[in-house]
Design a protein around this ligand. Structure first.
Ligand SMILES: Cc1cc2nc3c(=O)[nH]c(=O)nc-3n(C[C@H](O)[C@H](O)[C@H](O)COP(=O)(O)O)c2cc1C
Length: 376
């Protein structure tokens, strides 16, 4: 469809960020590019997920996404031991913050008992791949599979990982929310910039997609840019391309697909939510992330809140609470990162249907605009 598609071997410039291997494989098979978010997997789990994708993607290109924050507590404090990093990071959480978490749980009748299954691993402790020490092994696993794209959020991958990716013919993409970040990442050797606007699900900056994308396109040309944030339909994709992007990077829209592993409770919330039911809040990860507004996000905005902790400490609190909230079915506290396009996510389709609907509407839109020119 365009130069970027040719260089990646895909039919449509539709990139699907997802934590679900079934969605990633389905999008790639449908002609787009599925990109599996590695953050929540241990290295062993990621190996299994990627092996599964290799077996189900019919040889089509796919990618992996990691999150390697430029700024985080582990980096500031020099914490690098994966065996002790969970306990080490917990040492930086104040009693006032733990007390506040216990209070939120008590206020909602959630039993706050100890967990027997917590084996002390970074995943069980809520550290996930947020730290350099736990994120780097995920990059190693990803590069041992036939991926075509390595993407990274909150900062570019380490220079050494970029060089290794390039040596294997893997393109490197980085999500950014400001022009300066795009310029920095290109200087580090990143091949594709994902310009993600304020309306997106997950971590977002403060600039809207409509404003960010053309600024980034001009600042990094001829480096290709993907438009992200608020894209779930062909009209929105056409808008991103009109702004100068070479493709659309999407996240929220896949949460309401048949293949996705979203729970029934969250799926119902997503189907019923309006754009104004999302909020940009630090209460999940410590950095501003757009998500459904819930009793949890509200509690961290309340006057008695001690305020969210920096990444990844807040996520340790969040995952402690969410494990207990999930068991207690305290649904008012259950949320999900999702963008403002949640208002349009009001039915469940297969991932293939989403890709094809997007492509068809994109074609209709560009034809409509051509016709408008003929009449001008
Ligand atoms: C549930 C969810 C989780 C996300 N987690 C990540 C992540 O781990 N890494 C990442 O690079 N982006 C993540 N994002 C952001 C997406 O990559 C993408 O940029 C964003 O969803 C685009 O905006 P949209 O939600 O309007 O489509 C996440 C988005 C959602 C909705």
């Amino acid at each position: 469809m365009n130069e970027l598609c040719e260089s990646l071997g895909i039919e449509f410039p539709i990139f699907a960020f997802t934590h679900c291997r079934d969605v990633a494989a389905a999008v790639s098979r449908a002609g787009g590019m599925g990109v599996l978010g590695a953050l929540a997997f241990s290295p062993d789990q990621l190996e299994l997920e990627l092996k599964w994708i290799d077996e189900h993607v019919d040889g089509k290109p796919y990618g992996v996404d990691v999150v390697m924050p430029v700024k985080s507590v582990d980096r500031e404090q020099g914490l690098t031991d994966t065996k002790s990093i969970g306990a080490d990071l917990r040492g930086y959480i104040s009693d006032a913050h733990w007390d506040y978490v216990h209070k939120i749980l008590a206020d909602h009748g959630v039993p706050d008992e100890d967990e027997e299954e917590n084996d002390g691993s970074p995943t069980a402790q809520g550290v996930l791949g947020w730290t350099e020490a736990t994120g780097a092994p995920l990059v190693d696993i990803a590069l041992a599979h036939p991926i075509k794209l390595l993407a990274s959020a909150l900062g570019p991958p380490p220079k050494e990982a970029i060089d290794r990716a390039h040596a294997q013919g893997v393109k490197v993409a980085a999500l950014i929310g400001r022009v300066e970040q795009a310029v920095r990442d290109v200087q580090q050797g990143v091949d594709i910039i994902i310009a993600q606007g304020y309306e997106a699900g997950g971590h977002t900056g403060e600039v809207a997609t409509m404003v960010l994308v053309p600024d980034v396109v001009d600042a990094v040309a001829p480096i290709p840019v993907l438009a992200a944030g608020g894209i779930g339909s062909g009209r929105q994709m056409a808008a991103g391309m009109a702004l100068g992007a070479q493709g659309a990077w999407t996240g929220s829209i896949w949460l309401a697909t048949a293949e996705n592993d979203t729970s029934q409770v969250v799926t119902e919330k997503l189907i019923n939510a309006r754009s104004s039911d999302t909020v940009r809040s630090r209460s999940m990860t410590g950095k501003p992330a757009r998500q459904l507004r819930t009793a949890w996000t509200e509690a961290w905005e309340a006057p008695e809140s001690p305020g969210p902790l920096p990444m990844p400490l807040q996520f340790i609190l969040w995952s402690y609470a969410m494990r207990r909230i999930g068991r207690a079915n305290a649904n008012e506290l259950v949320g999900m990162p999702v963008g403002q396009i949640v208002s349009r996510m009001n039915s469940v389709r297969t991932a293939k249907e989403v890709v094809l609907d997007m492509v068809n509407e994109y074609i209709d839109t560009t034809e409509r605009m051509h016709k408008a020119l003929e009449h001008a």
